[in-house]
Design a protein around this ligand. Structure first.
Ligand code: HEM
Length: 151
């Protein structure tokens, strides 16, 4: 249980903390310092590194989360807050999967072929999706950590 919960929290920290840093800190600075070609190449390379880690965190969250549920004795033995976490978690995974396989892949090919307006359009989509998943992630953490005092 100790190892599962520790891995779970480390994965949450890396994923949600990474989205917070990208959205709140790096995005405005990159927008003010760089013209589109440099900015779009910067984001393409930042995402290339970050998204590898996000895949790791998604797998760790799934394995550790379901591992803990099994240790607790199955779905009948978990609280409402864990059910909500699980539902929000799966929503976050689906949103991330869409982001990775659609706008991110399109961003990569647009940057490769130096189609900057198209790349900008995809980056804009990614910005909105990451902003949404960040809010969802923060809500999920609040429900997961504070939910047991409410439900
Ligand atoms: C398939 C997805 C997930 C499953 C099955 C799952 C399952 C679990 C379980 C069983 C616990 C232990 C609950 C307890 O000790 O009462 C837990 C803890 C936690 N989970 Fe998840 N989780 C999932 C996804 C997520 C996501 C996406 C986040 C945040 C973005 C998250 C954040 C947390 C936090 C912060 C805790 C610690 C709660 C505490 O000990 O106070 N989980 N999770």
């Amino acid at each position: 249980m100790f190892a599962l919960l520790t891995l779970h929290i480390l994965a949450v920290t890396i994923w949600v903390g990474g989205m917070f840093f990208a959205y709140v800190c790096l995005r405005p600075v990159a927008a003010s310092l760089f013209e589109p070609p440099e900015r779009l190449q910067l984001w393409r390379q930042v995402f290339q590194r970050f998204f590898k880690w996000v895949w790791v965190t998604v797998i760790v969250l799934l394995l550790s989360g379901h591992g803990m549920i099994a240790v607790f004795g199955g779905f009948g033995s978990i609280g409402v807050h864990v059910h909500i976490m699980l539902a929000l978690g799966y929503l976050m995974f689906l949103i991330y999967g869409h982001l990775f396989f659609s706008p991110y892949k399109k961003l990569c090919s647009a940057v490769e072929e130096q189609r900057w307006p198209d790349a900008g359009e995809q980056l804009n989509k990614i910005r909105k999706i990451v902003g949404f998943n960040l809010i969802l992630g923060l809500i999920t953490i609040a429900v997961a950590a504070g939910g047991k005092f409410i439900f």
